[in-house]
Design a protein around this ligand. Structure first.
Ligand SMILES: [Ca+2]
Ligand SMILES: [Ca+2]
Length: 333
């Protein structure tokens, strides 16, 4: 009587395996890259000497020298909601604070697949101390599990994040210039949003850390300027949204002992659109997706905005080009 049962079991097993493999392939094909977006950042002035007042905000187009010398308020979006700026310090005299208030800046994200253009006389990736150090966006995530698929950065003494092991990041393109009761100015920017799992869930003075860290990359690379706390991290597959409080982090405290770690000094609201480059749904992003797109087959709305047009082709070209030859999505984790 045992023989018939063995025969019955044999065809069932491969069918089950096939079904499981199909399910697995579908889930891998959901990987996405941030293709456009911005961070709206509100900054509460006067929370520490090193955070006196926001003097100016500069775009990707400005060199390090221009950022130090150009007149306020700079060429990037800056909206003063309250307060009054002070008078900047010089090389010999300290700055004189105005009235601390709140300033909102908008910092444009660099698209995945986009390599920063050299801004003469500056080059890319740049030389700390003499040029900017513009950042690239490298994040590839499953929208249903953002932090679970965001590769981690190292955390050196709570001060440098991503200095030895740089995980994935969302790169921003602006530079903030601050005044305070010190000589000269302070500059924070070429921000990269990185992830340190060991910080996630940790209690801080003004909230609970998310593990996401805003690093500044001008002269002192990989500096942890702000921890994102009390965060909301959501995605519907088309858009990734991160809203959080900004808390003073380790690098600011090293620069300025008056900057108390964990103190809230603003908020951040990141909105990015997500590109889904696997047009032919085979679990990979490669040249075959471009062929499929050109032939009019597959999921051609790469930027998932509901319209198929040349923007989708451009997004796909960028992603496919920058992923050669390491173009596997399936099995990358
Ligand atoms: Ca594909
Ligand atoms: Ca589209």
């Amino acid at each position: 009587m045992s023989t018939p049962r063995t025969i019955q079991a044999t065809p069932t097993t491969p069918l089950l395996l096939t079904a499981l493999m199909l399910l697995t392939a579908q889930s891998f094909a959901g990987d996405t890259m941030p293709y456009c977006g911005q961070a709206v950042i509100t900054l509460e002035e006067g929370r520490a000497p090193s955070l006196g007042w926001v003097d100016a905000h500069f775009s990707d187009d400005r060199t390090r020298g221009q950022i130090l010398a150009d007149p306020a308020p700079g060429d990037a979006p800056l909206l003063r909601l309250s307060g009054m700026p002070g008078v900047l310090g010089t090389s010999t005299t300290p700055g004189v604070p105005g009235i601390a208030g709140v300033v909102q800046v908008t910092d444009v994200m660099r698209s995945f697949g986009s390599v920063p253009m050299p801004q003469l006389p500056e080059t890319f990736p740049g030389v700390p101390g003499s040029t900017r150090s513009r950042q690239v966006t490298t994040l590839i995530v499953d929208p249903s599990n953002i932090l679970g698929t965001w590769s981690p950065s190292n955390d050196l003494a709570g001060v440098f994040v991503g200095n030895t092991v740089q995980g994935e990041q969302i790169a921003f393109t602006s530079m903030q210039r601050w005044g305070g009761p010190f000589t000269g100015v302070l500059v924070y920017g070429d921000f990269a949003l990185r992830y340190v799992p060991g910080r996630a869930g940790q209690p801080a003075l003004d909230g609970t850390l998310s593990g996401l860290v805003l690093t500044s990359n001008i002269d002192f690379l990989d500096s942890s300027v702000a921890d994102l706390a009390n965060a909301s991290i959501t995605s519907d597959g088309r858009t990734l949204r991160i809203t959080a409080d900004l808390l003073i982090s380790g690098a600011l405290n090293v620069l300025d002992p008056g900057a108390v770690i964990g103190t809230k000094f603003g908020t951040i609201s990141v909105t990015t659109c997500l590109a889904q480059p696997d047009v032919n749904d085979d679990g990979r992003a490669d040249i075959d997706d471009l062929y499929a797109w050109e032939q009019g087959s597959g999921t051609r709305d790469v930027d998932a905005n509901g319209v198929v047009n040349s923007d989708d082709r451009e997004a796909l070209l960028k992603v496919v080009r920058c992923r050669e030859p390491a173009n596997m999505i399936a099995g990358r984790r």
